[in-house]
Design a binder for this molecule. Structure first.
Ligand SMILES: Cc1cc2nc3c(=O)[nH]c(=O)nc-3n(C[C@H](O)[C@H](O)[C@H](O)COP(=O)(O)OP(=O)(O)OC[C@H]3O[C@@H](n4cnc5c(N)ncnc54)[C@H](O)[C@@H]3O)c2cc1C
Length: 353
């Protein structure tokens, strides 16, 4: 079977590795001129590590990443709640902090070891499908026929558009910001920190490695958003982004299958974007090899929809300024502070989400 994967982000690379380890070496192309250096997703979940363990990718990720041991929540400058991030029931007991460019590089290394490689500077321009296959046209003039195409080409997916699949949803007006910084004593080294201000702004710090953090805030400056002094040694990168909440109406049409951001996007609250893409791709690769493609779209649509809904509720509770949202947030903190089982459950939920 000839399979083309469009996009060598975490989704496309997962699909490639998962196919290759089962003996089906796909072609994988990306329009970038080389591997990405952007650190976008910083949390690899236990479920992703479990899915990637069979190929040997997880072993490499765990060796390089940082285990995030706990979470602390501040209301303005007051430490309101602290709890461990831990689950006994999961493959890895907590969330792994690692910049996305390193996750991708380690996936590509494993793919290379299996005889595969990413073809960079190769952009898919269009697709035409007939009864015997789907013909891909590339920017360098190549035209080639494939049995199946995986669109892992991100939010503005060419594959999705060429297949005529709608991507309904909405775009939020607010601007969010990120900064990748080298740090000293604060924020905490192995803890996830969330600061919620009376203004409604939230600021988050996630450990990315020894002495390195990702800062995210629901305003245009992730560094000045923190009401307390940060111990920043160096700013590696900063920027702003906007959030879209969308999901493709179907993940398959004819011989075209969508996975990752090409199929869904949502807010970074919960840190699930990349991880859902890994889950889509692992499921799709298994079904391709086992000849069980029917049902892929329905299953992953349903699973991703649940996460998008939980993520959206979380975003509204955390950033909400309404009386109800503020009450719910403070009630959750009060309950967790007085009942150890609630603290444990919170930490378990965050690991298993
Ligand atoms: C600021 C920020 C913070 C984030 N934080 C987190 C987090 O903490 N946790 C988390 O899980 N997620 C997070 N995400 C989301 C995460 O980065 C994405 O969900 C993830 O990158 C999606 O992976 P993907 O492989 O599906 O798509 P992408 O990573 O977008 O990769 C798509 C690839 O396709 C290529 N491509 C596109 N069109 C074509 C074409 N026509 N031909 C050839 N190649 C093409 C692109 O060059 C790109 O390399 C964050 C995102 C942002 C922006």
């Amino acid at each position: 079977m000839k399979v083309l994967i469009v996009g060598a982000g975490p989704t496309g690379l997962t699909a490639a590795v998962e196919l290759a380890r089962r003996g089906l070496l796909p072609r994988i192309v990306d329009r970038r001129d080389r591997a990405s250096t952007l650190s976008r997703a910083v949390g690899v979940t236990s479920r992703s590590l479990e899915l990637l363990s069979h190929s040997g990718v997880s072993e490499k990720l765990i060796a390089e990443g940082i285990a995030v041991e706990g979470a602390c929540i501040y209301l303005n400058t007051h430490l309101a709640l602290e709890f461990p991030l831990h689950s006994d029931r999961s493959y890895f007991p907590t969330v792994l902090g690692l910049p996305q460019d390193r996750t991708e590089a380690l996936m590509a290394e494993v793919l290379f070891g299996m005889g595969g490689e990413v073809e960079y500077q190769k952009e898919l321009k269009s697709l035409t499908e007939d009864e015997s296959g789907v013909v891909a046209q590339f920017d360098d003039g190549e035209e080639n026929r494939f049995d199946l195409i995986i669109g892992a080409d991100g939010i503005r997916s060419t594959v999705r558009e060429a297949a005529g699949i709608n991507y309904p949803g909405f775009d939020l007006d607010e601007v969010w910001s990120i900064a990748d910084v080298d740090t000293g004593d604060w924020p905490p080294k192995r803890k996830f920190t969330l600061v919620k201000m009376d203004s409604g702004v939230i600021a988050v710090a996630v450990p990315l490695g020894e002495g390195r953090h990702r800062l995210v805030a629901s305003c245009d400056n992730a560094i000045s958003a923190f009401p307390m002094a940060l111990d920043i040694k160096r700013v590696r990168r900063k920027g702003t982004f906007k959030i879209s909440v969308r999901q493709a109406e179907t993940y398959s049409k004819g011989r075209v299958y969508l996975a990752g951001d090409a199929a869904h996007c949502h807010s970074p609250v919960g840190g699930r974007g990349m991880n859902l893409g890994i889950a889509d791709a692992a499921e799709l690769a298994q079904r391709i090899v086992e000849g069980r493609l029917p049902g892929y779209s329905e299953l992953r649509y349903r699973e991703d929809k649940k996460v998008i809904e939980v993520t959206e509720s979380g975003r509204k509770i955390i950033t909400g300024q309404s009386l109800k949202a503020r009450f719910e947030f403070r009630a959750l903190i009060a309950a967790a502070n007085s009942i150890p089982a609630v603290r444990r459950k919170l930490g378990q939920f965050a690991v298993e989400l």
